[in-house]
Design a protein around this ligand. Structure first.
Ligand code: C5P
Length: 403
């Protein structure tokens, strides 16, 4: 199951680093491709030569080696999965804070693949509120944290904090890469994200403040669950590097609609997260509109409602998910859209909630299902919200399969 999987193994300074040799051996035996990145502290616990020999490639540990920049971006993009085992309290705290002071922390920040942590430390450290809050923070951003074991610790004490055994880590990875870990394997998805820009003249447009982050996170979460994804992305400085996502960049609602309709009929899952302009200028001036002494009146016309069109043309078995960004009568409006646009799920975010909605990195949503389900979620990072949305989609498939 791990055959050909590209795994970057990060080894940090913990006595459990001696188990990394066995872990590399198990991964290589499964025909995974393993590249090892060590921190300086790890080299005190296990020799790089051991891990180079077992992995079949030279261990990397420096950002700059013999005046040559070590390309952490390439390594981050190469990986199907970044596994940090053992993950020391120190590295967990750096990664939670976004510190970048060695090759491993740089690879972490530039990777777009799933990240799995196998923490290892003494019990007192593990239970410290600082470590626990870092672990929670990393988990809330969509990283996976493997449970620590209980037993003898390096200090001689007995308690919690042992790194998961290499066999357990291998089992987790096999599950992750198996059909059970990738429940949307073989499914296709189409996601819209970002704003649209509706031109007024060659230099001006009507737009909105959407960053596209929520939809991009949904596309990435769908890929992690095994789906093949097309992302139709409005004008935003954000993008995605996740392998398995084909990106079509568009400007206007009309272009977004056309890109969607080209692909929608053959797609299993449609998630419309874009903040599409509802109106556009009735005519676009071919020349820059000149200032004049009087007021300027604009006549606006409706743009195509992509979600509504998809609802009308929905094929049996297709799952259609819409978003609803509301400032008043949130639930009523969301439920009306769910019904009128023939959706299976609608994700409501209220602009009244602190930390929810446009621009930021967090969101607070409620997901309504057409069968009457309603699930409220706490404030989370957009990638964790995306994982909840994908989970709701997977649950829908389970319900359909069972009925
Ligand atoms: O009705 P309202 O515009 O609030 O619905 C929001 C939902 O509809 C979002 O999922 C958004 O992506 C989608 N939408 C669309 N095309 C439009 C307007 C909204 O697909 N022209």
């Amino acid at each position: 199951m791990l055959k050909g999987k590209k795994i970057v193994l990060g080894v940090t300074g913990s006595i459990a680093a001696y188990k990394s040799a066995h872990l590399v051996r198990l991964l290589v035996k499964q025909d995974a491709q393993v590249r090892v990145v060590m921190t300086a502290a790890a080299e005190g616990f296990i020799s790089p030569l051991t891990l180079s020999t077992l992995s079949g490639t030279r261990v990397q540990s420096e950002l700059v080696r013999e005046e040559v920049w070590n390309n952490h971006v390439r390594l981050g993009r190469w990986a199907d999965l970044l596994l940090i085992a053992p993950a020391s309290a120190n590295t967990l705290s750096k990664m939670a804070a976004g510190v970048c002071d060695n090759l491993l922390t740089a690879v972490f920040l530039s990777s777009s693949c799933p990240v799995v942590f196998a923490p290892a430390m003494d019990e007192d450290m593990w239970l410290h509120s600082a470590v626990q809050s870092n672990v929670r923070l990393l988990g809330s951003r969509g990283n996976y944290i493997l449970p620590v074991g209980e037993g003898e610790l390096a200090s001689g004490l007995v308690g919690e904090g042992r790194m998961a055994e290499p066999e357990e880590i291998l089992e987790w990875l096999e599950h992750y890469f198996s059909a059970a870990g990738r429940p949307l394997e073989g499914r296709t998805a189409l996601v819209t994200a970002g704003p649209t820009h509706e031109p007024l003249d060659p230099v001006r447009f009507l737009g909105n403040r959407s960053s596209g982050r929520m939809g991009i996170s949904v596309a990435e979460a769908l890929v992690s669950a095994g789906a093949t994804v097309r992302l139709v992305l409005g004008p935003t400085h954000l993008g995605t590097r996740a392998p398995g996502i084909a990106v079509t960049r568009v400007e206007t609602a009309k272009e977004m609609r056309d890109a969607c309709m080209e692909n929608a009929a053959n797609t299993d899952i449609l998630v419309m997260a874009a903040a599409v302009a509802d109106y556009r200028p009735g005519s676009v001036s071919p020349e820059k509109i000149r200032k004049s002494s009087g007021p300027l009146r604009l006549e606006l016309e409706k743009t195509p409602d992509i979600l509504a069109e998809m609802g009308r043309e929905k094929r049996p078995g297709q799952i259609l998910v819409g978003f609803s960004l509301e400032t008043d009568h949130e639930t009523d409006n969301a439920l009306r859209k769910l019904r009128e646009k023939n959706l299976d799920l609608i994700v409501l975010n209220s602009l009244k909630e602190a930390g929810a909605g446009f621009g930021g990195t967090t969101n607070k949503v409620t997901i309504f299902g057409k069968e009457g389900s309603e699930t409220r979620y706490p404030l989370k990072s957009k990638s964790a919200v995306a994982a909840d949305i994908v989970k709701a989609i997977i649950d829908l498939y389970h319900v359909r399969e069972a009925s």
